[in-house]
Design a protein around this ligand. Structure first.
Ligand SMILES: *Cc1c(COP(=O)(O)O)cnc(C)c1O
Length: 476
């Protein structure tokens, strides 16, 4: 099966090509035109499969140009998760609501679900093609650590991670500046996530930069969810959840930023998961709430608000483009994306909005509400992180709900302590330990040891310095 440019379906590539070169014609993204459908037989055969075998069975349906052996190797990375047999965990919250915990991987956020296998595949293709890749990532906090982790010492790859200097939590920052392998480099940029993502998109389209890389034997790729190689693995856990619910309808509630996770849910629904609504949870940066309730994407009067859920502090939500493509086609998508670029605004027709409302509902929470929710949920003995907290307002009392939990609380100790105890009385590490003890949960060594290491990557760059810093590094 091929993937098509969201802005011109005349541009189509194989999966491996989209993985290595994620930018498509006219600035579009690669996306499937038709999704495979899981029939009754598929579900029957899947009932007793392990997560990994099930994942392979799903991937097989796509018929991509990469061998089953490579995918099987890649999925073995899930042995780096808490439960080596199953990377995801369901926790009961109430009679009609369960929590799908996706953060049991090495960097304690859901980004590991896709980036662990993704890193293995990309490195393997690079080796088989005898090519070397510079993999860029822009992060709002969790993609960076997960990308660095998955590519650490991986063959034929080097990684540049761009993070907004004051835009992440301290644990997230430490995970990045402490990344310790010769093929990794982290740069803090003066600006927010949208600035980091823009810098990345500009470099992906910069021929002079690519020539400079080529002169140093490197090709350019990206690990953000603009890369379809990430989205693939984010479809699988929704289909797995469908097995868990044994054919009953359920709503999924997804804390969303760049819309990669929610897109996985949408694709899973199209492939046959019994998902009723996909409920898009936002923080105060509620562009997506506006899109799904009013049919407008309006950046004209907005500037980014810093919230306690930094991975969702995003205004330009890249993967919405793949949804628009799926619903309305390449020509309309190109038009809407042009409007957004030129006017910082687009408006869907009434029919188009109705079409989105068939699958999506949306809402947002502010920090105060999230704090209250964290406290309330903690009274049940469950710790949820500030991103996941945005979901609880969207529970549908009349149906089954699945809240998607995207990070472990310990990446955000100050916000957690503020919500639960009123404020920090000690340093972050002590407070983290105290909270863990109170709730009888373990802190992985990978997190507790972060505070003891010295910082390796100290670079902070202005927007216009990023390119030169990268070139300087690759020449070393
Ligand atoms: C990345 C991230 C999100 C947002 O996911 P998208 O796929 O970008 O919508 C939400 N919560 C956490 C903790 C994240 O790391």
């Amino acid at each position: 099966m091929k993937l098509f440019s969201t802005r011109d379906t005349k541009d189509s590539v194989e999966f491996s090509e989209a993985l290595l070169n994620p930018s498509a014609a006219f600035g579009g993204l690669y996306a499937p035109e038709i999704l495979p459908v899981c029939d009754k037989k598929f579900w029957q055969e899947s009932e007793n499969l392990s997560y990994r075998d099930f994942a392979l069975k799903v991937i097989e349906k796509f018929g991509f140009d990469i061998s089953g052996e490579i995918f099987a190797e890649a999925l073995k990375r899930y042995k780096n998760f808490d439960d080596q047999k199953c990377p995801v965990k369901f926790t009961k919250f109430s009679e009609n609501c369960e929590i799908l915990e996706l953060y049991h991987g090495p960097t304690r956020a859901f980004k590991d679900m896709a980036l662990q296998p993704f890193g293995e595949i990309l490195s393997k293709i690079a080796v088989s093609r005898k090519e070397n890749y510079l993999i860029m990532c822009a992060t709002s906090g969790d993609t960076g650590p997960a990308t660095l982790q998955t590519f650490a010492n991986a063959k034929n790859t080097r990684v540049i991670c761009l993070y907004p200097k004051n835009g992440t939590s301290e644990v997230q920052r430490l995970q990045m500046v402490n990344a310790d392998a010769k093929n990794l480099k982290t740069i803090g940029i003066k600006g927010n996530f949208d600035d980091a993502q823009r810098a990345l998109k500009n470099l992906l389209a910069d021929n002079e930069f690519k020539d400079e890389l080529a002169a140093n034997g490197l090709k350019l790729s990206a690990a953000n969810s603009v890369n379809f190689g990430r989205i693939l693995f984010q479809i699988i856990y929704y289909l797995f959840a469908n097995l868990h619910f044994k054919g009953r309808n359920f709503n999924v509630i997804v804390p969303s930023g760049n819309f990669g996770n929610a897109l996985g849910a949408y694709y899973a629904k199209k492939m046959g998961a019994n998902i009723a609504d996909i409920r898009i949870a936002s923080n105060a940066n509620n562009v997506l709430t506006e899109l799904f309730t009013k049919g407008i994407y309006d950046l004209r009067k907005r500037s980014l608000i810093k919230t306690m859920s930094p991975a969702m502090d995003i205004l330009i939500s890249s993967n919405v483009e793949r949804l628009l493509f799926d619903k309305f086609g390449d020509i309309r998508t190109r038009e809407l994306m042009r409007d957004l670029k030129e006017n910082r605004f687009y408006k869907l027709t009434d029919d188009e909005l109705k079409e989105l409302k068939n699958d999506f509902k949306a809402g947002f929470s502010n920090d105060e509400e999230c704090s209250e929710i964290i406290k309330k949920v903690s009274e049940k003995g469950i710790l949820i992180d500030p991103h996941t907290a945005n979901c609880f307002k969207l529970i549908n009392e009349n149906g089954k709900n699945l809240i998607v939990s995207t990070a472990e609380w310990l990446k955000f100790t100050p916000s957690m302590v503020k919500a639960i105890n009123g404020g920090m009385k000690s340093d972050e590490k002590s407070e983290m330990n105290a909270l863990a003890e109170k709730f009888n949960v373990k802190i992985p060594k990978s997190i507790s040891s972060l505070f003891e290491r010295s910082e390796i990557h100290k670079d902070i760059a202005e927007q216009n310095e990023i390119k030169n810093k990268i070139i300087e590094w690759i020449k070393k």
